[in-house]
Design a protein around this ligand. Sequence first.
Ligand SMILES: [Zn+2]
Length: 249
Amino acid sequence: MIDSPILPEELDALPAVLEQAGIEGGAVGRRPASRAPRHFQSRLSGLLATHGDWDHLLGRVAFPEASLGCAQSTSQRLLGAPGEAQRELRAFDEEYYLQRQPLMLGQLQELPVPGRLAIGPHELELHPAAGHTCDGMAIWIPWARVLVAGDYLSAIEIPFFGEGRGTLNAYQATLQRLRPLVQTAAYVVPGHGPALNGERALALLEEDLAYLSSLAEHGADAQLPAARRTASQRRLHSENLSALSSAPG
Ligand SMILES: [Zn+2]
C-alpha cells in the first residue's frame, strides 16, 4: 500500500478492502471466529510513503505490523523533526473534531532513491521527487505502467512548495524528470484528487510547469491553472509567493 487515507473510518475499512480484493492484510485476528478463513491470492507485503507529510504516513494505523518504507530523504526529514507529523495530525483532528490514538510511526525502512524495490516477482522503480517538500519519491510500477506521483500532478491542487518545505527549482526539476514516465504511463495516481490517464496527466504536467515559470517571472500576478482557481488554491499560491520572497538569493 502506497501512502494512506486520513479519516479514521477509512483507515478502519482498509483491511476489509484488501480482503475483498483477495489480499491478506492486517485483519488476521480481528476477523470474527465464526467466519471461515478465506483463501487469499496474495499478502500485503508492506507500506510505502511517497514523502513525509503527515497525511501520507498513516498506513500503520491500519496495518500496525507492516513495515513502512520511504526514501532515505524522508526518513532523514522525519528524524530531523521529531513529533512534527504527530503535531500536524493533531491540529487536523482538532479542526475537524476527530478523536483517535496518537500516531506511532515506529521504525522506518530507508530506501535508496533512485533505486529499485523488489515486490514478489516484480520490481518497483523509485524516482527522486523533491520540490513539494525537501524529501520524497515517485513510484513507477513498470508492469502496470502506473506512476504513483505523491503530491505532484494533482487535478485539484496547484503545485505547492510553501515556505520552509520545498523549492520552485526542485519542483520544476521533478516534473521534468517525471515527464518521460508520464509519457508512457497508462495511469498516474496522485496523492490528492482522481487518478488520471497518461494523456490527461501529461497535459497537467505542462500546465503545472507553465504555472511555475509564470510564478518565477510574474510573482503574485502569475496565472493559476484554469481549473484550479479556488480560494484554497489562491491561499497555496500566496504561500508559494512568501516562500519565494524568503528564499536566499
Ligand atoms: Zn499530501
